[in-house]
Write a protein that binds this ligand. Sequence first.
Ligand code: NOJ
Length: 732
Amino acid sequence: MNDKVVSERVNALLAQMTPEEKAGQLCQFFSFTPNDVAITDEVAAGHVGSILVVRDPAELDRLQHVAVEQSRLGIPLLFGFDVIHGLRTIFPVPIAMAASWDMEIIEAGQVVAAAEARAIGLHWTFAPMVDIARDPRWGRMVEGAGEDPHLGSAVAAAQVRGFQGSAIGEAGRVISGPKHFAGYGAALGGRDYDEAEISDSELRNIYLPPFKAAIDAGAGNIMCAYMTLNGVPATGNHWLITDVLKREWGFTGFTVSDANSAYDLATHNFAKDSADAGVRALNAGLDMEMSLSVKSSCYASLPQSLAVGAVSENTLDDAVRRILAMKFRMGLFENPYVDQTQVNAVLGNPAHRVVAQEAAEKSFVLLRNENKALPLDRTKLGSIAVIGPLADSARDTLGPWVFDHDLAETVTVLQGITDKVGGEMQVAYSPGVTMIPRLNPSFFDALPGLQPAARVEVDDDAEILRAVELANASDCAILVLGEAQNMIGEAASRSSLDLPGRQQDLLEALIATGKPVILLLMSARPLDLKGAAPDAILNIWYPGTQGGAAVANTLFGDAVPGGKLPFNWVRSIGQVPLPYAHMKTHQPKERENRYWNEQGSASYPFGFGLSYATFAYDNLRVSKPVVALGEAITVSVDVTNTGSCAATEVAQLYIHQRYGSAARPVRELKGFKRLTLSPGETQTVEFVLTAKELTYWSAAVRDWVQDETIIDIMVGADSAATLSASFEVRAP
Ligand code: NOJ
């Protein structure tokens, strides 16, 4: 449907609507119980534009029939939900997907998620989360792409393409709603929902670019954030939503609040009361309110606010237009119902599990591999001990933000290893220690069907001894440690990076056996192992439905790790925040000694990840020594696989500006390429740096600038790359 037809149909419909019906289109409600009479009545009265949480196709259809057949104008509902890393087929958590640095698999993963979501009748996902996260105390870093705006932008765009396809309304796809606009990841102290104080330079250069990239990729929706940004609540922030998003960026989709975040304008002591919160949010540019219940809705009172002139008809109409346009584009007026005959076939599609397994294999990051401890040689092993409280927990393997998964089909690490080599060697298991519960329970744990994994309660001291005996009696110990799935995610911030419970004791006891110890970390933040040094460390994140199968393939060399860290892996909590893209300052050579008690650098730098192969970088060159402002330059480098197996490497390009109108970070990622090389093979990688990559928001000029300067480039396997060259930028 072209723009002209959409706007004609929208205008024709709008002309028939009462203020109540207009306000109704702007209201989105949670619905937790089937056949809820209150919600049904509201839908029939034309007071509801959208519903979230319902996933039963029959219930979705029932509600849609009420909207289409019983409401005066028959406007269909838009059904939204959090389809974050899969619906039935669960993919690795988003930060893990980002660690693949593979935009094709990221897009493919969200194509699968969209297909499953659309099959059950959903139209819209509240994803991707594109918040930059630089403080690992913040639990929600698991949902994003890490600390870097360049990688974050690429990942954001790939996810939007996956969810939506090339245009809104494509068959089998859903509307994508990047969130949380904007700056949510900068929560003070890493405490979820706390205020964010972000300079305009950081906002423009770091926090906003992934949103812009998502919008450029066509995202139809944007969700506004909970917290105050520089003193103004994001959901009521006119500058953010109207000036930047809608005017400067020309966003034509619709905005939605976070759950009750419009009402929170009053919680923030910004709005006087609920009605005022509705007025302030709408006037700021918030089109739809996501509200926990009809009672807590601020937008329900918009008709009265219109009557007293607190909001204008134009403002109201603009918001309604944006939502109706989306419903027309999605084809809901022609095709409002679910094809229930297709649901099982789509959710059970075995091809979806294949993509999930490939994604998991690509996401693992090999942090340490002493004396080539990995891959394991299955011809030389007679027995393996699989140890740890997360080794056989299906629920934890999936990670947070899953609701429609199937635990029975989830492959745990123990299961994956047993399936692969159980027929040829002994595989023994011990939980090692108990996974401790959270001190403050998560509200997710109370949701129906979402109870955390039942914990195997063991006597930790006795079980550690048993695990040690098991390791001593085996040729190798595979240890699966980390955080349970409810220890990370929304409302799951943490003031420590230690392994919860007695896991550190278990780790140290096993290392002391002298047996080969392979540590698999199930986590989404940099955990502090306090210097413990097992033979190998593979970060497996929360790897999803096929996680254990992917792990087994990787352990035995049928998949080669090629993931790279999307954040600096700090040594300890005290270093936080420690972005790799920091400013250079006084005594730069002393940076390693800024703390007298430990090294200043990260344990593993941003972009880091080992392989079973090794790579050499050589022959770095730039296409010209001097470029004019606005002109592009090509950087090339030869990458050789110096190892003995075929493997994938992510070549990374960083820049540093020597001088200019404002100070710039010591290095910033501006390009990356994944390449697969056979042993001995060399490929030349080319990066094109355009004016876009050399332009930044200057805090001094208070605008975008490209300076006349000298740019240093560093190319290599991670953000500590040393191979460098430089070029000059001059006025033409
Ligand atoms: C609150 C979360 O902040 C947001 O990310 C999510 O989409 C909504 N709840 C709806 O579940």
